[in-house]
Design a protein around this ligand. Structure first.
Ligand code: ZN
Length: 410
C-alpha cells in the first residue's frame, strides 16, 4: 500500500507548527503553542470520522476507532507526541523532499553547510532509492515525533474508510511534553481504556524498543568553610575545589562520551560552586537496575573518601528516581511484543530489538499499567538540523500499525 503522498502532506503540515517544549516551564503543557497542533489534530480526527474525540484540560487528545468485528477483543492504543526537543529551533520549519535519493550528498542547506550523507550518518545507507525528508538548515525537522502522528493519523483514516478490515476497538492518543520527560504525567490510563499500547516514536526502519534506561537524578551538595585566604591554612574548606575533586574522581570509562549500547554512565551536567557552597547535579543511567545501584554505591564511596579527606566540609549525596526500564513490565504480557514482531515481519521488514539509551513515554505508561513498546517511524538524527525521515520508512510503519490492528483481532 502506498500512503506516501498522504504521509508527506501531513508531516509537512504538522512540521510547520512550532511545538517546541520547554524544560524550565512550570506549566503543563510546558508551552502553549503545543495546543495549536493538539487542537488541529482533534479537529482532524473528527473530520476523518474517529469517535469519542476529546481534548482534555492537560492537552491530551484521545479518540476511538470502533471495532469492526464482533466479540471481545483486546483494546489497543497508538500514541505519539506533538512536541519537539528544546535542543534546536522549531520555529519556521521548512520541510524539503529529496525524492528517490541516489546515495550522494543530501544538501539540507548549502548556506549553512548542513550536508547529510552516509559518511556523517551511516544509518542512511539502507535508504537508497527512498524519498527522504529534511528541514532546511535553520531548524530541526520535528519528524520526532510528527512522523509518528502522521503515521497514526493516516492509518486511522485508512481503517475508518475500510470497515472490512477486521479489528477490535482501537484508541489513539496524542500527547505534549515527551521531550521534557513529562509527557504522560497526567495521562489517564484508565479512561484511555487500552489493554496495551504502542508509541510510534522510534527511529530507523525495523527498530522496535521494549527496553529503556533505569534513570536516577544525582545531586551532590558541598558545604564548605569560608576563611580569608591569607589565613586559611588548616581552617578553610573550599567547596568548589572539593566538588571538582569528586567530579574528576568519577571514572572516565563511565561517562556518556565513552559509553554505548548497554553500558551505563553518570553524567555531571550542572555545577555551581563557590568557597561556601557547591552544588553538582547530574544523571545516572543503566539498563540493569543492579548495575545502576552498583554505580551509585561507587559514587557514594568517592564521596565517603572526600569526607575523610576534607573533615571541615559537610558533603551530601542524594539520588532521585526518574524512571525505570519498562522491559520487566512489558515482559509480563509476552503477546504485546510477539504481535508487534509479527506485524513488523508482515510489513516485509526485519525487526531489530534494541535497548533505548534514554526513556520513552512508554516507560512511564508501562509502570502505570499500560505496557507500551516503541515502534520505528523511519527517521534519524533527531533533535537537530541533520534530522531526516524516509517516507518509505513511514509507509512501512503505517503498515505495521494496520497489521497490529488485524493481529490483535485474531
Ligand atoms: Zn520522540
Amino acid at each position: 500500500m502506498d500512503f506516501k503522498g498522504r504521509l508527506y502532506e501531513r508531516l509537512e503540515r504538522y512540521a510547520k507548527v512550532d511545538t517546541q517544549s520547554d524544560d524550565r516551564s512550570q506549566t503543563f503543557p510546558s508551552t502553549k503553542k503545543q495546543l495549536t497542533l493538539l487542537k488541529m489534530l482533534s479537529a482532524e480526527l473528527k473530520a476523518i470520522g474517529a469517535k469519542k474525540v476529546k481534548l482534555d484540560k492537560y492537552g491530551y487528545v484521545t479518540a476511538e476507532i470502533p471495532a469492526t468485528v464482533k466479540g471481545k477483543k483486546p483494546v489497543i492504543g497508538f500514541l505519539a507526541h506533538v512536541d519537539t526537543a528544546p535542543d534546536a529551533s522549531g520555529t519556521g520549519v521548512k520541510p524539503q523532499l529529496h525524492k528517490a535519493w541516489k546515495g550522494g550528498d543530501i544538501v539540507i542547506s548549502r548556506r549553512h553547510g548542513v550536508i547529510l550523507n552516509v559518511k556523517n550518518c551511516p544509518e542512511l545507507a539502507s535508504c537508497r532509492g527512498e524519498d527522504i525528508v529534511t528541514a532546511s538548515g535553520d531548524t530541526l525537522l520535528g519528524a520526532d515525533d510528527k512522523a509518528g502522528i502522521a503515521i497514526i493519523m493516516t492509518a486511522a483514516e485508512h481503517l475508518l474508510k475500510h470497515p472490512e478490515i477486521p479489528h477490535g476497538v482501537l484508541k489513539i492518543g496524542f500527547t505534549p511534553d515527551e521531550e521534557v520527560g513529562q509527557g504522560v504525567k497526567y495521562f489517564n490510563v484508565k479512561a484511555f481504556g487500552a489493554d496495551c499500547a504502542y508509541t510510534f516514536d522510534g527511529d530507523v526502519e525495523g527498530a522496535v524498543e521494549e527496553e529503556t534506561f533505569n534513570a536516577d537524578a544525582v545531586k551532590i551538595v558541598v558545604h564548605g568553610k569560608s576563611v580569608h585566604p591569607g589565613t586559611a591554612k588548616g581552617a578553610m574548606a573550599n567547596a568548589a575545589r572539593i566538588a571538582a575533586d569528586i567530579v574528576t574522581a568519577w571514572p572516565v570509562s563511565m561517562v556518556p562520551e565513552t559509553t554505548t549500547a548497554r553500558q551505563g554512565f553518570i553524567m555531571f551536567s550542572d555545577i555551581t560552586a563557590g568557597v561556601e557552597k557547591a552544588e553538582v547535579e547530574g544523571i545516572a543511567r543503566e539498563h540493569d537496575l543492579k548495575k545502576l545501584k552498583a554505580m551509585e554505591r561507587r559514587l557514594e564511596a568517592i564521596v565517603a573518601a572526600a569526607r575523610r579527606k576534607y573533615p571541615l566540609a559537610k558533603i551530601e549525596l542524594s539520588f532521585r528516581e526518574q524512571y525505570r526500564n519498562m522491559k520487566g513490565m512489558i515482559a509480563k504480557r509476552p503477546e504485546v511484543m510477539r504481535r508487534l514482531l509479527a506485524a513488523v515481519r508482515k510489513a516485509g521488514v526485519k525487526p531489530h530489538i534494541k535497548p533505548v539509551r534514554g526513556g520513552t513515554d512508554g516507560s512511564r505508561l508501562s509502570f502505570m499499567g499500560l505496557p507500551t513498546p516503541n515502534v520505528f517511524t523511519g527517521g534519524y538524527n533527531y533533535h537537530g538540523r541533520y534530522e531526516w525521515v524516509s517516507l518509505d520508512g513511514m509507509n512501512k510503519s503505517a503498515e505495521v500499525l494496520l497489521n497490529l490492528a488485524r493481529e490483535w483481532a485474531e
